[in-house]
Every structure is written in structure tokens, then in C-alpha cells.
Design a protein around this ligand. Structure first.
Ligand code: AMP
Length: 112
């Protein structure tokens, strides 16, 4: 499968890693939209949040259990935003579920 994030998991494409364990990986976004912009992904390929099921949701729970650790390691002590884009209208460009962690400044209130 031609998935950029699967290639990052396999080490075929380099990334600036900030966290890794056996199930998930977090790395700096290549085109940051805030002073801190980290992408968190499961190592297993799940196309988007629209494809979360009872069979694969435990890794998504693990991502959310780990985000506070990742945020602390990036010095996001004053808050941050978690975003996941879904599909065409959500402007999802990489079809491997991922969670953007954005922070390091006061973010704009507008979400859409
Ligand atoms: P989305 O538009 O929600 O699908 O977000 C995909 C994100 O992945 C964008 O913010 C891209 O800048 C980022 N991205 C794409 N390729 C890479 C890469 N090789 N390394 C790090 N981030 C990437």
C-alpha cells in the first residue's frame, strides 16, 4: 500500500520522532501550522476516524492515553489542540488516521 505514514512507521521515510512505542508513533509535522505541531499515528493502518470500530479502537484509546505524555515532552504546559481531519470535506490529505497536536501559542478560536 502506498501510504506515507505506513512508510514512516517502517522507517522507509525519515521523520522527526518525538514518541514511539510498540503501537503508536508521534513525529513533527513537516509543514508546521503552530510552534509545536506533532502528528500521532497508530502503527497499524486505519484509514481515518470514520473507520474506527470495536476491533481497532483500543489503539485510538492508547493514543489518547499517551497524548498527555507527548504534550509534556513538547513543553505544552499551557494547553494545546487535538485535531483529526476526516475525508474530503474534512480536508484529510493522508489516508492513515492521525491526530494533530498543535500548540506553543494561543491558537485561533475558529475551527471551521
Ligand atoms: P491531514 O491534512 O489532516 O491529512 O494532515 C496530514 C499532515 O501530514 C499535514 O499536516 C502534512 O504536513 C503532514 N505530513 C505529510 N507528509 C509528512 C511527512 N513526511 N512527515 C511529517 N509530516 C507530514
Amino acid at each position: 500500500m502506498d501510504c506515507i505514514f505506513c512508510k514512516i512507521v517502517k522507517g522507509e521515510i525519515p521523520s522527526s520522532k518525538v514518541y514511539e512505542d510498540d503501537k503508536i508513533l508521534a513525529f513533527r509535522d513537516i509543514a508546521p501550522q503552530a510552534p509545536v505541531h506533532v502528528i500521532v499515528i497508530p502503527k497499524v493502518h486505519i484509514p481515518s476516524a470514520d473507520a474506527i470500530t470495536p476491533d481497532n479502537s483500543s489503539v485510538v484509546a492508547h493514543i489518547f492515553e499517551t497524548i498527555p505524555t507527548i504534550a509534556k515532552s513538547c513543553d505544552l504546559t499551557n494547553g494545546y489542540r487535538i485535531i483529526t481531519n476526516v475525508g474530503e470535506d474534512g480536508c484529510q490529505s493522508v489516508k492513515h488516521i492521525h491526530f494533530h497536536i498543535l500548540g506553543g501559542k494561543k491558537l485561533a478560536e475558529a475551527l471551521g
